[in-house]
Design a binder for this molecule. Sequence first.
Ligand code: ZN
Length: 85
Amino acid sequence: MTASYTCQDCIDLLLDYVDGALPGELKSRLEEHLEGCQPCEDFLKTYSVTMPVCRKAMARQMPESVATKLHQFLREEIGKDSVGH
Ligand SMILES: [Zn+2]
């Protein structure tokens, strides 16, 4: 079964995707979803912008709780946007 990804799946994969660490098959499936899903595309853009900032912060040892909260916040944001799509 090749069901396309849900928005939630995509969020879980985006970190690896932005990192370039996503295997080819997952990557193309993710890109497939992104093409048809505006909220996720916007999320990816935001994420790409946010990631370098996060990395810098992490280099200064961002507490894990902060990183978790940030991730949670982003999840909730995309969750709101994707309602009813
Ligand atoms: Zn989506």
